[in-house]
Write a protein that binds this ligand. Structure first.
Ligand SMILES: [Zn+2]
Length: 114
């Protein structure tokens, strides 16, 4: 089916563009951002989800490219469960990521406060 082939091709293109944008970000942020925006447009057009590993490079606030050390700040929260806070330095949005959910379910968390 032509439509499905186009979909797969678009998914691959979007993935490659996003990876390229992330690697380029430290050298040329404007171009990297343009690449990320293009990848996002492709994803919207073909209704493609981003790989889980690449998801953290997109800000949930401004939908732009965020790369730690370039235009994002990463901080680890002290709570239980531990939460990774990725602050977008473009729009100020704090993108939270909860860590180690499986570990918490195992019942090992919550016995010590230190
Ligand atoms: Zn943002």
């Amino acid at each position: 089916m032509a439509r499905k082939a186009a979909h797969n091709e678009a998914a691959e293109a979007a993935r490659r563009l996003t990876i390229s944008a992330v690697t380029l970000a430290s050298e040329d942020l404007p171009i990297a951002k343009a690449q990320a925006a293009l990848a996002r447009r492709i994803r919207l057009k073909f209704n493609i989800r981003l790989d889980a590993s690449l998801k953290r490079y997109t800000c949930r606030g401004c939908k732009g490219l965020i790369v730690p050390g370039v235009n994002a700040r990463v901080r680890l929260g002290h709570g239980k469960p531990p939460i990774l806070r990725i602050t977008c330095l473009e729009c100020g949005r704090v993108n939270r990521k909860i860590l180690r959910r499986a570990y918490i379910r195992s019942g090992k968390v919550g016995k010590s406060d230190s």
